[in-house]
Structures are given as structure tokens and as C-alpha cells.
Design a protein around this ligand. Structure first.
Ligand code: GLC
Length: 500
């Protein structure tokens, strides 16, 4: 066989192998039906008492103690702090009371050692958060933290803390970490009250005047911020709501929350439920932690790459398996695993004879960012030149035109599976709450945030397509409105702090 024939044969084999992998990433209407029904079942199960929250594999369905949605008239100046997947933000939020707000903020990238070093303790992490808070306050509120004449006590500053990890919330301002997700792995934080940890370190920094009065999750923040900025007529304090909408995040991680009837949240103690009902509260926001949907893998589509990533490269194997197929943190990692496998099978990047010779970045877990996939997804340049540059720049990986064609097919299969799966919880919550039937011409607004839903090309339209294929059907899909709700973790935390 000539060199050219050999090359053609391999290109053909690569294409066949890629087609077969892409097939494993397909999610069809029957799968959407099956997953939606199972999601509803898991929601119901998760609302009932759970024995051991740390080992339970079901949907966490966490009560948040947020019992109403804002109507946009809320006013005040509040602090907010937000620990997400990659950044820590401190903000000062001014709610103007007319659906608008202004915000000063300081964002810091979480130092790698806090994410990677095995010996990091809670004090290291929360000490870092408190120090960044001090830097922010010195810059934006120097008077508030300056010593007062005659030793008088400083005026208290209310802070809402957005902590975007599963927390067993016991009240609006306390909750213990169930487990880390996304990048962190600091074992001694598990089981501890994260508000207390943060408050103690603020005190260490001499910031006694800062009171962490509310604990929330980014998905809840997104929900509240969406309600505040849109024209909802109910009030956070009255506890009344008109329509349960959904707040959701498709970013580094993925999660969603919605309003549930308190009488159905049987995991709350009878006393707690009665007390809330007596106070006239009828609904509570539930943080579903849907990243943990189907941790038992009864229905989720699963490829060998998903299994490898979960088992070999994540600190929480066996948990958050839905997130590991959907969120931005994992899209690039799935592609990286597929490419390394195709290379091991002798089908791609033939210039590298062994795995050890592959560019270092291609061998490094989580080095391939989903942003690179977003460039490849829509590359229509001749010979996929954009893809070539993107892979060279990000991974130092040279590719041939035929390899790039196959890589683009893989990227589109991975993102499509992500967006199709993302439709499942939205369809399930919409059906379970019956929101589309509750009002004349019922419509539902969904506040979304996160880099994937905001920036990944085609993600929202693929999600909508899947909603139409799901049990909602195309009529239901038309009534579901996905709205970007920005700054949820800042504005939402401030709204929580306001009513605390
Ligand atoms: C992870 C966290 C969850 C958070 C989501 C989005 O799934 O467990 O709490 O809301 O990421 O940031």
C-alpha cells in the first residue's frame, strides 16, 4: 500500500470510529421521555426525609428557607460575597427599588493552591475569602470599617454569602457542606457550617461589623435576581407568589431551583412546616442540586469516557454525574479523553508514536477549556483554519484538515448531548409544578446564568429543540422563555440579606 493509500485508509477508519462515538452521545426523544419521568420521580423522592445526606446518591432537593420572590421594589445597600467554581467576588449592591441596581465589585481568581493542594484546610480557604473581603471594604467602604471615635461600635454591614456547592441548609443563615463539587477538595470543610467558617475568619481580620446574615446558592441568586429585575407583582416579604419560575445555571457547574409548595416538602420537620404555614408562607425555593441527578446511572447515557473522567480525574467519583455530562467544566475534558483514546487506537495524531509524546497539555486533565470547543463548534473557515489555530494555541496540538473535520463532529456531539440533557430538568420541573396549566395561556420564565448558556454558540437553540422533543412538546416549548439573568450571585445574595 502506498503512503497515500495508507493515509486514506486511516482517515476512513478515524471517520468510522468518530461516527460510532458520536452515536453514543446521541439523546433521542425516547431517552428524553425516560429521563424526564425519572427526574420527576427523583424530585419527589428528594423532598422526603433523607437518612445520610453525605452518602445519599439521590437528588438532594435542598430547602433554602427563601419563601417568596422579590417584586423589584426592594431597596437598600448590601454586601454580597460569592464563591463560585473559579472566582471569588465581593460586591456592594445598591437595590434601587425600581427593578434596577448598581454594583461595585472585586473579583479574584481562586489561587490554584487552594484548589489543588491536598493539605489545604477550611481556615486557609475562608481566611483567603476574609482577606479579599477586607481588601474590598478598604477600597469601597473605608469609612464603614475605620475605627470609630471614642471606641464606639461600628455600624453593622449585612452580607449575603453565595456559596455554590451543596449545603444542608438549616436556616437562611446557616448550613453545612454536604460535599464539594467542581474543583474543590478540602475534606475538613465537609459537615461544617460555612457561614460560621467565613464569619470567624472575618472576625480574625478585624471585620466584626460584617454580619453574614444569609447563605444562598448561585442558582437561587439567579432566580431572585430574575424576579427582581423582571416585572413580577408579588413581594418577597408577603410570601406570596404567582408562578413558580425556575432559576438555573449552565456554567462551570450546572444546577437549578424552583418554588415548591411547603406542604410537599416533607423533609422539613412537622414543626418547621407548621410554623411556616402559620406565618402565611406557602412556598419555598428548593435548590435541586440537579448536578447530582441519576448518580446511580440508571438512565443517564454513559460512555466509557464519562466513566473514566468520573473515576480517574474528579475528586468526587460517583457524584454529580449529570453535571459531568453537561457543564462547562467537563465539555473540554470529554473531548480530551476521546482524542487521547483515538490516538491510543492509532487513529489520529500519527506523528506522536506514544501517549507520552503527545503535547503535554493534551495529556493534562481539564487543560482543554470549553471555550476552545465553542470556537470549533462554529468554525466554517476553509480547511477549518480557526480550529487549527485554536488547537495550536490552547494545546500546542498540530492537526490535519481531515483530523479537524472529525474533531468538529466530536465537539458538536458533545455539546449537543449537553444541551439535550439540560432540557430534562427544565421539562421535569415545568411538568411537576404544572406551571403551564396554572394561568390563562400559562407561560414560564426561566432565569439562566453561566458561561455555557450565555456564550456557547447554539446551546440555547439546541436546548429549545430538546424541550420540543421532550414530553413538553412543541406547544409547551413555545411557552418556556429562557432569559439571561445576570449577577444572580450578587443581586440574589443582597436580596436574601435584605430580608434576613
Ligand atoms: C455545582 C454546585 C451547585 C452550583 C452549581 C453551579 O453543581 O454543586 O451548588 O449551583 O455547581 O455553580
Amino acid at each position: 500500500m502506498s503512503f497515500e493509500d495508507l493515509h486514506k485508509a486511516t482517515a476512513h477508519q478515524l471517520s468510522a470510529a468518530v461516527d460510532s462515538i458520536c452515536k453514543d452521545f446521541e439523546v433521542d426523544a425516547a431517552k428524553l421521555d425516560e429521563l424526564t419521568a425519572y427526574f420527576i420521580e427523583q424530585m419527589e423522592k428528594g423532598l422526603a426525609p433523607i437518612q445520610d445526606k453525605q452518602t445519599d446518591k439521590g437528588l438532594p432537593m435542598i430547602p433554602t428557607f427563601v419563601t417568596g420572590s422579590p417584586n423589584g421594589t426592594e431597596q437598600g445597600v448590601l454586601l454580597a460575597a460569592d464563591l463560585g467554581g473559579t472566582n471569588f467576588r465581593v460586591c456592594s449592591v445598591t437595590l434601587n427599588g425600581d427593578h434596577t441596581y448598581s454594583m461595585e465589585q472585586m473579583k479574584s481568581k481562586i489561587p490554584d493552591e487552594l484548589l489543588e493542594d491536598e493539605n489545604v484546610t477550611s481556615d486557609d480557604l475562608f481566611g483567603y475569602l476574609a482577606r479579599r473581603t477586607a481588601v474590598f471594604l478598604k477600597k469601597y467602604h473605608p469609612d464603614a470599617i475605620a475605627p470609630k471615635a471614642g471606641g464606639a461600635a461600628a455600624e453593622s454591614l449585612k452580607l449575603g454569602f453565595t456559596f455554590s456547592y451543596p449545603v444542608d441548609q438549616t436556616s437562611l443563615n446557616s448550613g453545612s457542606l454536604i460535599r464539594w463539587t467542581k474543583g474543590f477538595n478540602i475534606p475538613d470543610t465537609v459537615g461544617k457550617d460555612v457561614v460560621q467558617l467565613y464569619q470567624d475568619q472575618l472576625t480574625e481580620q478585624g471585620l466584626d461589623m460584617v454580619n453574614v446574615v444569609a447563605l444562598t446558592n448561585d442558582t437561587v441568586g439567579t432566580f431572585l435576581s430574575h424576579c427582581y429585575t423582571s416585572n413580577n407583582t408579588d413581594s418577597l416579604t408577603s410570601g406570596e407568589i404567582s408562578e413558580p419560575t425556575i432559576g438555573c445555571i449552565f456554567g462551570t457547574g450546572t444546577n437549578g431551583c424552583y418554588m415548591e409548595e411547603i406542604s410537599k416538602i416533607t423533609k422539613l420537620s412537622d414543626d418547621a412546616r407548621e410554623k411556616l404555614l402559620k406565618e402565611g408562607k406557602t412556598h419555598m425555593v428548593i435548590n435541586t442540586e440537579w448536578g447530582s441527578f441519576d448518580n446511580e446511572l440508571k438512565h443517564l447515557p454513559t460512555t466509557k469516557y464519562d466513566i473514566d473522567i468520573d473515576q480517574k480525574y474528579t475528586p468526587n467519583p460517583g457524584f454529580h454525574l449529570f453535571e459531568k455530562r453537561v457543564s462547562g467544566m467537563f465539555l473540554g475534558e470529554v473531548l480530551r479523553n476521546v482524542l487521547v483514546d483515538l490516538h491510543a487506537r492509532g487513529l489520529i495524531f500519527a506523528q506522536y508514536r506514544t501517549q507520552a509524546q503527545l503535547p503535554h497539555r493534551l495529556q493534562t486533565p481539564f487543560e482543554l477549556d470549553s471555550e476552545v470547543l465553542s470556537h470549533i463548534e462554529i468554525d466554517d473557515s476553509t480547511g477549518l483554519r480557526e480550529t487549527e489555530l485554536s488547537l495550536l494555541q490552547s494545546l500546542r496540538l498540530p492537526t490535519s484538515p481531515s483530523e479537524r473535520k472529525e474533531i468538529q463532529k466530536l465537539v458538536r456531539a458533545i455539546s449537543r448531548r449537553s444541551a439535550y440533557l439540560a432540557a430534562v430538568p427544565i421539562a421535569a420541573i415545568t411538568i411537576k409544578t404544572g406551571v403551564l396549566n396554572k394561568r390563562y395561556h400559562g407561560e414560564v420564565e426561566i432565569g439562566c446564568d453561566g458561561s455555557v448558556v450565555e456564550y456557547y454558540p447554539g446551546f440555547r437553540s439546541m436546548l429549545r429543540h430538546a424541550l420540543a422533543l421532550s414530553p413538553l412538546g412543541s406547544e409547551g416549548e413555545r411557552k418556556v422563555h429562557l432569559r439571561l439573568a445576570k449577577d444572580g450571585s450578587g443581586v440574589g445574595a443582597a436580596l436574601c440579606a435584605l430580608v434576613a
